[in-house]
Design a protein around this ligand. Sequence first.
Ligand SMILES: [Zn+2]
Length: 81
Amino acid sequence: MSCCSVRSNTSSPTAGGRANLLGNAPEDATTCPVMGGVVASTSAAEAAGLYRDHKGARYYFCCAGCGPAFDADPARYVGVA
Ligand SMILES: [Zn+2]
């Protein structure tokens, strides 16, 4: 029959859709879980203390104000939305 011949044209092989939001950002970049801002460099964020280790994962922040906000309610930012 012809019902199952030409239908698989809309599927796109996007493994990690979130990565697309950053375009051509370097691997060193990530997203701030608090404000959603771009963390240009995780290594720079570490050097500046703009990160937290929470439940085995490390989160990086885009600015100094995000650390305390994260501390106040980590689950709000890392929780499965
Ligand atoms: Zn921030």
